[in-house]
Design a protein around this ligand. Sequence first.
Ligand SMILES: Cc1ncc(COP(=O)(O)O)c(C=O)c1O
Length: 461
Amino acid sequence: MLSNGQSETKATDLAYHFHSQTNPQTLSCEGAYVVVKGDGPHVIDEDGKRYIDAMAGLWCAALGFNNERLGQVAAAQYKELGYYHSFYGRTNPKAASLSKKLVELTGMEGGRTFFVTSGSEANETMVKLAWLYHLSRGKPTKRKIIARDRAFHGSTIVAGSMCGLEMMHREFGLPLPGFLHTLHPNTYRVKMPDESESEFVARLATELERMIVREGPDTIAGFIAEPVMAAGGILPPPAGYFEVVQKILAKYDILCLDDEVVCGFGRTGNWFGRQTVGMKPDMMSLAKGITSSYFPLAAVVVSPKIIEAVERYNEGGTAFGHGFTNAAHPVGAAVASEAIAIYEELDIVPHVRKMGALLFDRLKQATKDSPIVGDVRGVGLMYGVELVEDPAARTPFAPARMIGAKLAASAYEHGLVVRAMRDTVGFCPPLIIDERHVEEIGGKLEKAFRDVEKALKEKSF
Ligand SMILES: Cc1ncc(COP(=O)(O)O)c(C=O)c1O
């Protein structure tokens, strides 16, 4: 502890660590929260205080924060082969067997796995492959990508361009030209009150088709979507949405790119989100849950027609001009294989469905008497609670009041980690939670709500 009461870690961090997605002024006043230990779905800070992390870190630590088996497998692999790459036809046994497992699990029959090291790289890779696919079929003008408003697909320049969030664009002059955004399937905010679900789906489809026709179908390469939008506010699509969207994509020869970075590996109550929403993608990006985020390994699983395109384009002997130094890392591949083995042993899909139903009920119970809750929604172990000024009229709070962030801060005080996405508070806990953890989340959330409601009543914010 330093004389100003700060720990050495906090002081060093403040002086030297340039943080992601953090307000610099707030950080310089308060310093960072220092997490020192994991215990299943809990984390422990430097003062010994325990929190249940109902966001699994960043939607990722599916097996909690100190899984012993993942640590042991990593240690054994470091002793055996601590690094090798996948350029110039090199591989290692762990990467080879994981590539097979991922093709089998995703159901991408006849497909292959391309390894990368982050969700952003996975999504960028899907864009490059979409371009190459059309190029190799004599359609070089098919380059544009359609994403949705409110989407999050990562932070690199193309991934950031595919985001439909102003905060990802503003400082950097994004999106790049050729990255378009159509309506997002938000049943609470975008569906009109007098519209049925199927009319809403039809309107979303019409908007998409109009955009394609307006831009010129011969300029559109792909459509990217998360099965269930995560950072956009936890938005399961209305029934039949992807079926209708895919018909339009097929009509105009547009590839379907499935961002499974959050939804993959059980999160939505199926192995992959695409099964939950009836999506049939040409490529899938996988990250986070693939290793429970114990190693920065990610992947794109592609359908055979993408492989054929790459082969056709490089017939003359050239190499596929894309790849990353640490892709197919043997330690990452060993950790991923072990994480998947654990999911299988735990029979994770029915477990997620069971715990998800309990969590959904508990969230509804915790918020049922609150005058500031407009919507509780989600699927699997992925839920959002949307805070509003007037639930009857669905009137949002003024963004500058940052009510969602205030609720998240209050929850933190009570030992519960949640995430505010504007005024939607997200719950995406480790998949290993049990009944006691659901109760802990619900009980702590109730306390946070009472604090915020009291402060609103007293007009203290
Ligand atoms: C849906 C989705 N796609 C892509 C990404 C980017 O992943 P990464 O931060 O590993 O680049 C994220 C990150 O949260 C995400 O939520």
